[in-house]
Write a protein that binds this ligand. Structure first.
Ligand code: DAH
Length: 330
């Protein structure tokens, strides 16, 4: 008995303990044999010896169970130690999220116009030819209508190529005066350093009674807006053409990388083109049944702004979700 108790106490592993259990309680184990030999004893000795044997058996069984629990607890403790992670190495700051540069830029643009009481309008991404082209005075032969540039659906609908159709939808929905911007995604069949098949634009439209809205207003607004976005830059309006505005202009800012001296980013011109604008073409008003009004409109690419603000070299990297790029904007 003493011998077994010592063996159990000295046992170091579950395997060893299992071995002892078999030796004690197995079919051919110690107790099986002892009870077997009990049969050979004289009848008067049997009860006493059997009682002692049973006591010993219960005691050893309990000791074995207790030891087993101890060894399992030790095993768990050992494993926890081995698999322990040093949590102090985990930098909480590296888990902080941040706005994507495109979204950050979009928010900044929207904030500017909200402060001026512009409404935010939206329209469908799958558009009709009428809203995307026809009503915007984009004639049938216009290159933007080309299969090369526009994603067409089988039913003749298309993915809007710009946010300008929201101008039409807004004017159809309500009477002048209108002051609105419309941010959202647009789609074109393009893919290179400065073009992706999906990108974001912000459209702007102001319409009021004839004589209340002028190109001078537009110029003041955009100069102020661009300085809000890019800091102390020079702003220049260049005559241009858009079917939905007349006159039309493209707007440049002095290059924020070289301050107008000329560098690779501005193709050594000192200027960066940032948006298109103009006075709303009378044909557009005709398409929505507006009379005796005038207005101005503008449109810009959000990713282009984001690239300039955050100095991102390749437009496509804004779409890749690469954490090495995104973590720089935390
Ligand atoms: N819709 C034009 C484009 O996608 C951008 C634009 C230019 C919008 C002039 C306007 C505007 O509202 O007046 O290229």
């Amino acid at each position: 008995m003493q011998k077994w108790e010592e063996q159990i106490a000295a046992c170091e592993s579950l395997e060893e303990l299992e071995q002892i259990r078999i030796e004690l309680f197995g079919k051919k184990g110690y107790f099986a044999k002892e009870f077997e030999s009990l049969k050979k004893l004289p009848a008067e000795q049997k009860p006493q010896i059997a009682k002692e044997l049973n006591l010993a058996k219960n005691k050893l069984f309990a000791l074995l169970q207790y030891k087993k629990d101890q060894l399992i607890a030790k095993e768990i403790e050992k494993r926890l130690q081995e698999e322990k992670r040093d949590l102090s190495l985990l930098k909480i700051s590296s888990l902080k999220g941040a706005l994507h540069p495109t979204l950050y830029t979009m928010d900044k643009i929207v904030e500017y116009f909200i402060a001026l009481n512009y409404a935010i309008e939206t329209g469908p991404l799958v558009e009709d030819d009428f809203y995307n082209f026809e009503a915007l005075n984009l004639p049938k032969h216009h290159p933007a209508r080309d299969m090369q540039d526009t994603f067409y659906c089988k039913d003749g609908k298309l993915l809007r190529t710009h946010t300008s159709p929201v101008q039409i939808r807004t004017m159809q929905r309500q009477k002048p005066p209108i002051r609105m911007i419309s941010p959202g995604p647009v789609f074109r069949r393009d893919f290179d350093l400065t073009h992706t098949p999906m990108f974001h634009q912000v459209e702007g439209l102001v319409v009021d009674e004839k004589g209340r809205v002028s190109f001078a207003n537009l110029k003041f607004l955009l100069e102020d807006f661009l300085r809000y976005m890019f800091g102390d830059v020079q702003v220049r309006f260049r005559p241009s053409f858009f079917p939905f505005t007349e006159p039309s202009a493209e707007v440049d800012i002095s290059c924020i990388f070289c301050e107008g001296r000329g560098c690779r980013v501005c193709s050594h011109t000192g200027w960066l083109e940032v948006l298109g604008c103009g006075m709303v073409d009378p044909n557009v008003f005709k398409a929505v049944g507006y009379k005796d009004v005038n207005g101005y409109a503008f449109g810009l690419g959000v990713e282009r702004f984001a690239m300039l603000i955050h100095r991102v070299g390749d437009l496509r990297s804004l779409f890749e979700g690469d954490l090495r790029l995104l973590e720089q904007f935390k």
